[in-house]
Ligand binder design. Structure first.
Ligand SMILES: Nc1ncnc2c1ncn2[C@@H]1O[C@H](COP(=O)(O)OP(=O)(O)OP(=O)(O)O)[C@@H](O)[C@H]1O
Ligand SMILES: [Mg+2]
Length: 252
């Protein structure tokens, strides 16, 4: 479904080039969940922007379903760091935003927004503004907004970073339910190793030098008690060990 081929990317600031991503190469099968972890500033958000078609690589290619990504794609939805809800719009208008940008008719907008609010049990929040919502409610609104466009690929950029541990676990389970129910392929950026192991069917680690560093494959069906089992503990320990080495190497 997603193929990132030998991708390199730099930001150019005042004529100076800052290399960020370096020869990144991986593929993700349909209905997989790829978790990307790596130290702050290593280029995770930048990689997501390249996959979303919001930034163009210097060299290399992103392919989705066999097509080269050259601009934002209709069936790719992005949930930005800290949800990216517009503070000056209420819940209804936040969810309607993508459909409006796409030029949907007022009837289509009303139908799409209302059915998604019902589906995610947030109809009662329609007139509230993001600052009046709890973390969990914001996440449901952000997901409803992304799914109203009927995507097949969902890109999530640390959507739970500001949320307490218990709510976070409930939200992770919510993402898995949405993933199964909507038949999605997901790329999920996170700092949290446990979260990557719990959600991912695959994990890649990005190093400080913007290089793809290591890859882990995980089972798709993880079962009820996965968090207490040996695969969870062993993979978490292995990823943590690798992350420590990456951080130590980069501070030498
Ligand atoms: N628009 C920009 N122009 C120039 N440099 C940028 C721009 N956006 C990000 N950078 C730099 O590129 C590097 C990678 O940024 P990016 O946001 O992709 O990192 P990240 O891995 O997502 O970090 P975090 O975990 O903190 O969210 C950083 O050094 C950042 O300062
Ligand atoms: Mg980021």
């Amino acid at each position: 479904m997603v193929r990132v081929e030998k991708l390199s990317f730099s930001y150019v600031v005042k004529g100076r080039r800052f290399p960020i991503l370096n020869d990144i190469d991986f593929r993700l099968e349909k209905n997989g969940i790829l978790c990307i972890i790596g130290p702050s500033g290593c280029g995770k958000t930048t990689l997501l922007f390249n996959i979303a078609g919001l930034r163009a690589p210097d060299t290399g290619t992103v392919w989705i379903d066999g097509d080269e990504v050259k601009a934002p794609r209709e069936k790719t939805a992005v949930i930005f760091q800290h949800f990216g809800l517009l503070p000056w719009e209420n819940v209804y208008d936040n969810i309607a935003l993508g459909l409006k940008i796409r030029g949907a008719s007022p009837g289509e907008i009303k139908k799409g927004v209302e059915s998604n609010m019902e589906h995610f049990d947030i109809t009662r929040l329609a007139r509230k503004y993001p600052r009046h919502l709890s973390g969990g409610e914001k996440q449901r609104v952000a997901i409803a907004r992304a799914l109203v466009l009927k995507p097949d690929l969902l890109l999530l950029d640390e959507p739970f970073s500001a949320i307490d541990a218990l709510t976070r676990e409930a939200l992770q389970e919510f993402v898995l339910r949405v993933w199964k129910e909507w038949n999605l392929t997901i790329i999920h950026v996170t700092h949290d190793i446990e979260e990557a192991v719990f959600l991912g069917t695959e994990i890649i680690i990005l190093g400080k030098d913007g290089r793809y560093n290591h890859h882990y494959a995980l089972p798709r069906e993880k079962g009820e008690d996965f968090r207490n089992g040996p695969v969870f503990h062993d993979t978490t320990a292995a990823v943590r060990d690798r992350m420590k080495r990456i951080i130590n190497e980069s501070s030498l």
